[in-house]
Design a protein. Structure first.
Length: 258
């Protein structure tokens, strides 16, 4: 019989990026097939959504199927205070599919990054309601309303830490930072596009600050042209993550000290 080696355990820091964050699932599938065990996840925004489901024991393909249940109109409903929309659909979907209610009950350690808009700081949650806090982490103001939780007004984690590597440092695992928001030249044509572009650039800047703390870094270039709200491109995003993880492994770019 061949010798059975223990799995190589790593932690993943997953950036936000809306639909682009589905690329994280493609990367995770490749890593698991390569023998890596995901020992912890920290995520912002779309990375938090993918992260809580992976940490609940779902396979990347199972999480992809859950994403298929979403249509853009299902994600939100009109909300008149603090933003254009509220992410009620996201919270309901996660509550329906998660096997547990609280972050601390997930099978794998999970940390959700969200911005405390009142205090002006980043919060890293490893306890509390998983669905509500993942939705809070995804509240991209001004498009979405902040989420009220324990006296805090929480918004998108990507505003202050869009790839929360530092939240994982105390766990003692090698950390792979995954960024799905490669920047392409673009000329905004109206106020909405300019606002969207400014938010993307702001989040890209704090990813650069975080990547120095990661043991390895992967930027999924194949998602760069996708709009973060483009739900028909779920499969394209998944495949982009899978292809680029395979290429990075073949090139020897994803190597971790155990």
């Amino acid at each position: 019989m061949p010798t059975q080696y223990p799995p190589k355990k790593i932690a993943l820091a997953l950036s936000g990026g809306g639909v682009r964050a589905v690329a994280h699932l493609g990367v995770a599938e490749v890593l698991q097939k390569e023998g890596y065990e995901i020992g912890a996840v920290a995520g912002s925004s779309g990375g938090a959504l993918a992260g809580v489901l992976l940490c609940d024991g779902r396979t990347p393909r199972e999480v992809l199927e859950i994403y298929r249940e979403l249509r853009r109109i299902d994600l939100v409903r009109y909300f008149r205070q603090g933003g254009v929309f509220a992410l009620n659909g996201i919270e309901r979907l996660l509550s329906h599919h998660l096997s547990v209610s609280d972050i601390e009950a997930l099978q794998t350690p999970c940390i959700i990054a969200a911005t405390d808009l009142t205090a002006g700081t980043i919060r890293y949650f490893d306890r509390g309601p998983a669905a509500k806090l993942a939705a809070a982490s995804s509240s991209l103001i001004p498009f979405f309303a902040p989420v009220l939780y324990e006296g805090m007004r929480l918004g998108d984690g990507g505003f202050m830490d869009n790839m929360p590597v530092r939240a994982l440092k105390d766990l003692g695992l090698p950390i792979l930072g995954i960024n799905v928001n490669a920047i392409l030249p673009q000329e905004p044509k109206n106020v909405m596009q300019t606002t969207y572009r400014a938010l993307i650039l702001m989040m890209a800047a704090n990813v650069e600050a975080s990547r120095q703390f990661a043991d390895a870094y992967l930027e999924v270039q194949g998602c760069a042209a996708m709009n973060i709200f483009d739900t028909p491109k779920l499969d394209e995003a998944f495949d982009a993550g899978r292809r680029e993880a395979e290429a990075a492994l073949e090139a020897g770019l994803l190597r971790f000290e155990q």
